[in-house]
Write a new protein. Structure first.
Length: 397
């Protein structure tokens, strides 16, 4: 390969850095393990491609936060204190934390292990480089047509903006390439409803505020560190101990929305301005939170739902119309923005993106799970899933 895929320490989603800072403040000695999950069971690699991936992983040890990037963070992210900025300046990816290999059927397997404070940054750039290498070396039945992609990015942004949808690029993890993501962000700078990108390096390039707050792994980890039944409550409280009113976007589906609402009391409902929807039916989700706010005496129109579950421009517009004036909504859209290509051999057919995730598997040797509102997205050790199902739903598997 002529050039490396990940060329900046900041080529990552913002919530990995906000969570890293949180972990350093609250749980600096915690050990974790992450697993790659191939939802489509489709990631098959020749051995030579695995070696390319390993080479890319090893070169990431050379990445450093530059002085300009450090100064940009200092100027634009006031809740990252000097101690965290210094830690980030000294941070180096440790490739020994990655165990990546092919099984007997050439399916890609990967495990990340180490201190949570350090291993936390691997997930997003690792997924991005696997995706990019796959489409460079394995599935080559597509082409990057700059004019075509520019036109497509413009049409998507215009449709969303004309419908009044506030939208953000969440496309780092499963992008076709860094170039595809940069093109989308570049084209959409012209639309006022474009809120920016979750990618910190692109935010640095375009001098915009990076978007993102918290991921499921915080709630999952806290289920092992503080307690399973009220992990949502513990996570919300611990997060605010660090950020004190900043970054108040809550994830509601780690153990299903009903479990979340059981812990989302009046005080939490006042403090947390945004709820992120990431699985299950978006319309019933909106109805549940509108009803919840009404029952707690809070005007739902003062709150926002950030929808981020496998969205397209059309689904976003439908959700926007459904919410109407009842509650504010915004949209974080990923793969549809940064990995939307046609097959070269059949330009009427889509070139399918990879469908994979990297999820937290264990914390201090305790298995953790995610029970979201879409059962197909549940992850974790089978026995741990049984415990969580019994804890939250009184159900045996």
């Amino acid at each position: 390969m002529d050039k490396h895929i990940i060329t900046s320490l900041l080529d990552n989603d913002f919530y990995k850095f906000t969570m890293m800072n949180f972990v350093l403040k609250q749980y600096p000695e915690t050990d974790v393990v992450y697993h790659l999950i191939d939802r489509g069971h489709s990631i098959k690699m020749p051995n030579f491609v695995l070696e390319i991936i390993k080479d890319e992983i090893n070169q990431m040890n050379e990445l450093r936060l530059t002085d300009d990037e450090h100064n940009w963070i200092k100027k634009n992210i006031p809740y990252f204190d000097s101690l965290y900025r210094q830690y980030l300046s000294n941070y180096r990816f440790d490739p020994s934390q990655i165990n990546i290999y092919l099984d007997e059927e050439s399916h890609l397997k990967c495990e990340i292990s180490g201190k949570w404070r350090d291993a936390i940054l691997w997930e997003v750039p690792l997924m991005a480089l696997i995706s990019e290498i796959y489409f460079l070396e394995v599935d080559k039945d597509w082409e990057f047509n700059t004019a075509q992609q520019t036109d497509l990015a413009f049409k998507k942004g215009k449709l969303l903006s004309d419908a009044g949808c506030v939208y953000t690029d969440f496309g780092t993890r499963r992008r076709r390439s860094f170039e595809s993501q940069k093109l989308f962000v570049d084209v959409n700078q012209q639309f006022n409803n474009f809120a920016g990108t979750s990618n910190v390096y692109l935010s640095y390039i375009y001098n915009t505020k990076p978007k993102g707050t918290i991921a499921h792994e915080v709630i999952q980890a806290i289920s092992a560190l503080e307690g399973l039944r009220h992990a949502n409550r513990f996570a919300l409280n611990k997060w605010n101990e660090v950020y004190k009113g900043y970054l108040c976007t809550a994830l509601a589906d780690t153990y299903g929305v009903d479990a979340f609402l059981n812990d989302f009391d009046f005080l939490q409902s006042k403090v947390w301005d945004v709820i992120r929807h990431d699985s299950g039916d978006p319309f019933s989700f909106a109805d549940k939170f509108i009803k919840h706010y009404q029952n707690t005496g809070i005007n739902p129109a003062s709150k926002t739902i950030l929808f981020s579950d496998n969205l397209t421009d059309d689904t976003a517009v439908s959700i926007k119309k459904y919410c109407g004036n009842r509650i504010n909504c915004a949209f974080g859209i990923g793969t549809f923005f940064t990995n939307d290509f046609l097959k070269a051999g059949n330009p009427l057919q889509k070139s399918s993106p990879l469908n994979f995730v990297i999820k937290l598997y264990s914390v201090n040797n305790i298995c953790v799970v995610k029970l979201c509102d879409d059962i197909k997205k549940n992850t974790g050790d089978a026995d741990a899933v049984k415990v969580a199902m019994w804890t939250f739903f009184n159900k045996k598997l």
